[in-house]
Design a binder for this molecule. Structure first.
Ligand code: AHR
Length: 497
C-alpha cells in the first residue's frame, strides 16, 4: 500500500485556471468530420447533417473552444472551396491524408456546429501553401461587417459576423511532412506578416504561432526561440504538440508520462522567461498546448484517396486514460503558463468517441477528461506532496502520485485529480489544508484497478468501469483511496479552519 500526503494552503496558488485548457481539436481527417460530427444520412443527424448523439456526448466534455480545420490538413487547404452552394463546391485531393475532400463541410458548417455544441471556434489558417493574404480574407469572411468577403458570407446566408477570437497561424511548420514546411526564419516572416495584417482588420483577435511539432524534433526549442524572438510583439501564444506513446509496451514506464509532459511545459516556461528578458519586455506570451493525446497504434496516414477513410481510429485502454489525466493535471498545475489546450482529437480520429451510422462508443479517455472539465474551477493550488516512488522502467524512481488541485474562492469548493501511477500498489492519499477544513464530499469518482490494457468495445461498451470512490473526511482532512493503477476525481466543500 502506498501512503501519500498532500499539504495545501489556499494562499499558495499559481493563479486562475483558464477553462480553455479543456478545448478540443477537429480536423478534416478520416471520419472526424464526415461520419463523425457530420453525417446527413444518419438517423441521428439534424436537418443540417449534424450528429446529435455526438453533440450530446461532446457537450458532457464542456469544451470551451474547438480548433479547426487542421492539423496537417490546413497546410494544403483552400478555405474558399468549403463555402457557398454545396452543389458548386469542388472535390479536392487532400495531400496531407491522401484522401478525397468533398468540401461539403466548411467554415459556415463548422460555425453552425460550434454554436450547437456551445463552444468557441479556434480557427487555423494555411501558412504552408498559402500566405497572409488568404488568412486575412478568411478573417474578413468570419469577422467583418463590410468588404468583399463579408459580403460573400452574407450572400451565403450568414448576416452576422462569427467574431472568432483565436487564430492559429499554420500548423507544425517545422515538420518535413507539412505542406509548405520551411525554416524558422521563413516561418517567422510568414506568421508575423499574417498576425499583424490580421490584427489590423480585427484588433480584438489573438494569434497563436507554431512552436516546434514536438520534443523529439531536432528543431525543438531552437525553432521556438527564433519564432518567439521574431514574433514576440505580434503573437499572443505559441503552440506545443505532444502525443504520448507506449510502443515499447512498458506499462510502469508509460504510466509516468506525466514527467515528460511537465518537462515540456517547463521547457517553454523557461524559454518564455529568457526571451522576455532578452527583449526587456513586459509582455507575456503563453502556451497553447493545442494537440495532446496518446497516439501510437494507428499511425498510418494514407487514406488511399478515399472519402472519409478509416484513419487513426485508435482504441483507448485504461492506461491511456491515466496518461490523459496526467496531461490535464500538468496543465492545471501550470495554469500560469498553459492558457489553451486542445485534446487531439474529438471524434473517431484519436478520439474519446467512436461512431458508426447508428450509434457511438465512449472510450476510456472520455472519463477523466469529463470529470476534470466538470469539476476544476477557480485557482490552481500548489501541492506540497510527499509520495513514495515506484520503478517506472527506464525513467527510474518516479513519485507514484500525480495530482492537481483547484480552489474556487466563490464557492469554497476544492477539487482534486489524483493518479496512482504505480500499477502494483493501491494508494491512500491524505489531503490537509493549513487554512481550511473539509466539510462535505460532493463528487468522488474514479477509474482503475483493472487490467491496464482493458478497453471499451462495441461488444463490451462499459468494460472500463467508472465507480464511486470511497473517500472520507477524518478530522477535517480528506482521505482518498486510489486503485493500482487508478484515477480519482473529487470535489469537496470546505470551511475556515
Ligand atoms: O492530430 C493528427 C495530426 O497530428 C495533426 O494533423 C498534426 O498537426 C499532427 O502531426
Amino acid at each position: 500500500m502506498t501512503a501519500a500526503t498532500v499539504q495545501l494552503n489556499t494562499n499558495n496558488h499559481v493563479g486562475q485556471i483558464d477553462r480553455r485548457i479543456f478545448g478540443g481539436f477537429l480536423e478534416h481527417l478520416g471520419r472526424a468530420i464526415y461520419g463523425g460530427v457530420y453525417e446527413p444520412a444518419s438517423p441521428l443527424a439534424d436537418t443540417f447533417g449534424n450528429r446529435l448523439d455526438v453533440i450530446g456526448k461532446l457537450r458532457e466534455l464542456r469544451m470551451p473552444i474547438v480548433r479547426y480545420p487542421g492539423g496537417n490538413f490546413v497546410s494544403c487547404y483552400d478555405w474558399r472551396d468549403g463555402i457557398g452552394p454545396r452543389e458548386k463546391r469542388p472535390q479536392r485531393k487532400d495531400e496531407a491524408w491522401k484522401s478525397i475532400e468533398s468540401n461539403q463541410f466548411g467554415a459556415d458548417e463548422f460555425m453552425r456546429w460550434a454554436k450547437l455544441l456551445g463552444t468557441e471556434p479556434m480557427m487555423a489558417v494555411n501558412l504552408g501553401t498559402r500566405r497572409a493574404a488568404e488568412a486575412v480574407e478568411l478573417l474578413q469572411y468570419c469577422n467583418s461587417n463590410t468588404g468583399q468577403w463579408a459580403d460573400e458570407r452574407k450572400k451565403n446566408g450568414h448576416a452576422d459576423p462569427y467574431d472568432v477570437k483565436l487564430w492559429c497561424l499554420g500548423n507544425e511548420m517545422d515538420g518535413p511532412w507539412q505542406s509548405g514546411h520551411c525554416s524558422d526564419v521563413e516561418y517567422s516572416t510568414r506568421s508575423c506578416d499574417a498576425s499583424s495584417q490580421m490584427k489590423k482588420i480585427d484588433p480584438t483577435i489573438q494569434t497563436i504561432v507554431c512552436g516546434s511539432s514536438g520534443p523529439t524534433m531536432k528543431t525543438y526549442l531552437q525553432w521556438d526561440r527564433t519564432v518567439l524572438e521574431n514574433c514576440w510583439e505580434t503573437a499572443d501564444y505559441i503552440s506545443a504538440h505532444y502525443y504520448a506513446s507506449n510502443e515499447r509496451n512498458d506499462t510502469p514506464w508509460f504510466l509516468a508520462e506525466g514527467v515528460q509532459i511537465d518537462r515540456i511545459i517547463d521547457d517553454y516556461a523557461k524559454l518564455f522567461e529568457q526571451v522576455r528578458q532578452t527583449k526587456n519586455s513586459k509582455k507575456k506570451i503563453y502556451l497553447s498546448f493545442d494537440e495532446w493525446n496518446v497516439w501510437y497504434r494507428q499511425r498510418g496516414g494514407d487514406g488511399g484517396w478515399h472519402e472519409a477513410p478509416h484513419l487513426l481510429e485508435e482504441v483507448y485502454n485504461l492506461e491511456d486514460a491515466l496518461v490523459c489525466a496526467q496531461y490535464l493535471n500538468a496543465f492545471i498545475r501550470r495554469a500560469d503558463v498553459v492558457k489553451i489546450a486542445c485534446l487531439a482529437q474529438i471524434v473517431n480520429v484519436i478520439a474519446p468517441i467512436l461512431t458508426h451510422r447508428d450509434g457511438l462508443l465512449v472510450q476510456s479517455i472520455f472519463h477523466p477528461i469529463e470529470l476534470m472539465s466538470k469539476n476544476a474551477s477557480g485557482v490552481s493550488l500548489q501541492t506540497k506532496i510527499d509520495s513514495p516512488t515506484y520503478k517506472a522502467g527506464e525513467r527510474g524512481d518516479v513519485p507514484a502520485i500525480d495530482i492537481s488541485a483547484t480552489y474556487n474562492p466563490e464557492t469554497c469548493d476544492t477539487s482534486f485529480f489524483i493518479v496512482n501511477r504505480n500499477p502494483k500498489s493501491p494508494a491512500t492519499v491524505t489531503l490537509r489544508f493549513d487554512d481550511r477544513l473539509f466539510t462535505k464530499i460532493a463528487v468522488a469518482e474514479g477509474l482503475g484497478g483493472q487490467d491496464p490494457k482493458i478497453a471499451n468495445s462495441w461488444e463490451s461498451p462499459n468494460a472500463v468501469e467508472r465507480f464511486a470512490v470511497d473517500a472520507k473526511i477524518v478530522d477535517g482532512n480528506l482521505e482518498v483511496p486510489v486503485k493500482a493503477p487508478g484515477f480519482a476525481a473529487l470535489r469537496v466543500a470546505t470551511t475556515t479552519r
